[in-house]
Design a protein around this ligand. Structure first.
Ligand code: ATP
Length: 243
């Protein structure tokens, strides 16, 4: 089944064509990567799928539901991690998870289940009892990724989940996403500047440049097609061809 369908999507901010007619489909249980240079239109696309931004034209459906006309239904299916999300510094990690779970859970038991699940996903152990303001950047991001996944969404939308993190924290988050998608058949759409990461976790990718898709497919197929040794090479060649 198709989890996300994006059809001829456009988003213009006055004269800026942030997204300029892109189409792609993400199947249920797939991890789909959006890669592209700064300003390519990745965040704009993710924010439209997350119902936070209205398209100028075109159509986006999440499990058959339109992100504009049926935004309320779509919000129940998705969980979104923004690129620059923050957690409340004065709360302990565990309190933050509980605070966020309260928005979505329908009973106290469900809140506790989510918090337990989130704690496990975060891998932060005893540090969850410390205030968020004492966390490193990597620990904060792990907490936020756990918050995004603990609600067990049908679709997780992750904008640069490992941005600015060291190898160890990135490694943890990458594996967390991969294991999670496999275990719960969660559909994940993720943006990143890290080509190795995208190659490692994604089933398929779309390379976006200046609001348009310039290549799409499984990393292995794209590499074979271009006789490239890694995704970075594919990326460079595709993007340079459109300069
Ligand atoms: P990055 O990798 O740097 O995060 P991106 O691919 O996520 O980039 P977007 O944030 O989607 O890119 O931005 C695409 C274009 O749209 C950019 O030119 C940006 O300046 C513009 N843009 C994004 N949001 C707005 C806004 N609210 N108002 C005006 N222009 C915007």
């Amino acid at each position: 089944m198709d989890a996300i369908i994006v059809n001829d999507l456009r988003k213009y901010f006055r004269k800026i064509r942030a997204v300029d007619g892109i189409s792609f489909t993400v199947k249920e249980g797939e991890i789909f990567g959006l890669i592209g240079p700064n300003g390519a239109g990745k965040t704009t696309t993710l924010r439209i799928i997350a119902t936070l931004l209205k398209p100028t034209s075109g159509e986006v459906k999440v499990f058959g539901h339109d992100v504009v006309d049926e935004a309320k239904i779509v919000r129940k299916l998705i969980s979104y991690l923004p690129e620059e999300a923050g957690a409340y510094p004065q709360l302990k990690g565990i309190e933050y998870l509980r605070f966020m779970a309260n928005f979505v859970a329908s009973s106290e038991d469900e809140v506790e289940e989510m918090v337990e699940f989130g704690s496990e996903i975060s891998g932060l152990g005893d540090r969850l009892n410390d205030k968020v303001k004492t966390y490193s950047k990597g620990m904060k991001r792990r907490l936020l990724v756990a918050r995004t996944l603990m609600v067990n969404p049908k679709v997780a939308i992750m904008d640069e989940p490992t941005s600015g993190l060291d190898i160890l924290h990135s490694f943890h988050i990458r594996n967390m996403l991969k294991d999670f998608a496999k275990k719960y058949k969660t559909t994940i759409i993720v943006s990143s500047h890290n080509m190795l990461e995208i190659e490692y976790i994604c089933d398929r990718v779309a390379i976006i440049h200046k609001g348009k898709i310039v290549a799409e497919g499984a990393p292995s197929d794209l590499k074979r097609e271009l006789e490239a040794s890694n995704l970075e090479e594919v990326f460079m060649r595709k993007v340079m061809a459109y300069e």
